[in-house]
Design a protein around this ligand. Sequence first.
Ligand code: ADP
Ligand code: MG
Length: 638
Amino acid sequence: MMAFLKLLARNRLAAFGGILLLALVLLALITPLLPLLEPNATNPANRLQPPLSDGHWLGTDQLGRDILSRLLWGLRVSLAVGIAASLVAALIGSTIGLVAGYFGGRTDNTLMRGIDMLMAFPYILLALAIVAVLGPGLMNALYAIAIVNIPFFARNIRGATVSIAHREFVDAARLSGKGDLRILVSEILPNVLPVIVITLSTTVGWMILETAGLSFLGLGAQPPQADLGSMLGEGRRMIINAPHVATLPGLAIFLLVMSINLLGDGVRDALDPRLKSGALSRPAPMTRLRRRQHVKVDDVVRVPGQASALLEVDDLHTDFEVGRETYRAVNGVSFSLKPNECLGLVGESGSGKSVTALSLLGLVASPPGVISGGHVHFQGRDLLDLGIRELRRVRGNQVAYVFQDPLSTLHPLIKVGDQLIEALRTHQPLSRQAAHQRAVELLGQVRIPNPERRASQYPHELSGGMRQRVGIAMALANDPQLIIADEPTTALDVTVQAQILTLLKRLREAQGTSVLFITHDFGVVSQVCDRVAVMYAGRIVEVGPTQELLANPRHPYTRRLIDCVPRLGDPDHEPAAIPGLPPAANALPSGCAFADRCDLVEPRCREGEIALIASDGERQVRCIKPLANRTTTGAAHA
Ligand code: ADP
Ligand code: MG
């Protein structure tokens, strides 16, 4: 609820509408308490006084009645009738929609054809016809407005209901023996409630307008009772010599309906779960950079022969600022990557691998993401200091990205060939013809059979492995020096995974590309990576050449991670889960973040920051008591 209000408040127009509406509603509520003149008391001697005249702030109308008083009482009536009509329409319409959508078949047909009949008439005409039958009067106007608005609710709610009526959780509820009524109330209704609220919030304003319309025509509020519509209707006759009599109620209607609609739009946006993540506040084209002073824990430990590093990440910090909390997703990460090297970044889910990778190219959504410190030197330039134009020239060009899920990263409505062409032409001055040729070439390069035909297919016509090949082809399009691959094979089955890994390896050999390979799978790491960095709670806890690190992990966390992996052909090896959970990113402990889960923990582990220290050769470990070599023979992993 708080999150909802916050999201709503962030939308300035909606907040403005909300405040205005609140003010109007409050005003309507306290009207009886205000020292107003009697709204229906006529005083012909005092007719058509202009605003600000004696005793009548807003003047008087043609019968000498106080306009301010009539306006406020009228506002009350209009609000009450509009809201009541909406609620009636929402209740009846939603019930019809729920029942029709849930039961389907003949019930659906019968109910919906009835609704269609209502919809077949232009609906203000239908409202007029209903009032004509029932006779003029405020209550009858209310019924008429409610009836003509039932179809909007019925259709919207039916649509929402149909789409969830056969989902697994409904089947599960049915299996558990719940009856239809209980399923409707406890499973379906909560899920379509947002749709009801949204429909309601976007139709209330409309209904108030319609009520005013009927009153304007003399079919709603009957004299002497005032509502905004009837006041407008009466004032219209003297619009020339006493314009205020009609203008003031007109203005009131305008403000009321506008405030409701602004708020309604805001409610709709805020209730859309897809926007909850903060998407309402448009993300910046690059991650915000606000360098703060961080205590640097690690010295720059240079790996031998590293003078010619392609990528050098130094003490990178990326935070998420959500409300008053700061989540330190990346908390001082340093590593480097040589040309033609493949560095694996391994760690449990949530350890900060993706955020690290995204930070390199300023791709972390801001808000809530902030890069709060560090440097990312790529070919000597600090990528974090580049402007958006320069950064765009690097993204997808010198540094390319392969994402985990190839289906969600390809545009479903554009042919894969055209997507490749777009990637090419963004960075290279190619004609369409030449780009097409190159696209087909790329598809061949990633070993897609019959590339010419595949180029003219849509993503859904390709298998998962093929889509990921397209993703890789796209990454290769502009001959990048560095490819960042974020779990590129996690969504694929093992055979396809093996093919993709072989492909990446071959491409690396052929083109000399460097790869930052993110994965949680040690099997994959051992196949493709030269070196491995193990991440835990936003920090690298161990780095080293792949084979050495896998054979002799130094950090207790690394060892336990490796022990979690089931070994083929070794049924005696029991994969051991690591007890406990990683620390929350907004409450990192001092000292070693792994201390709580480590079976070798001692008091020293929780004191002060623990630096990454060189252990032997190219290896570094963030542990005060690194493990010794494994002594057992045959402990090498397949
Ligand atoms: P992984 O290692 O699985 O790729 P991530 O890099 O995606 O992990 O996430 C690292 C941490 O950052 C996690 O604790 C996650 O909860 C947090 N995080 C990621 N995105 C957001 C966000 N938009 N808002 C708040 N926290 C986030
Ligand atoms: Mg990830």
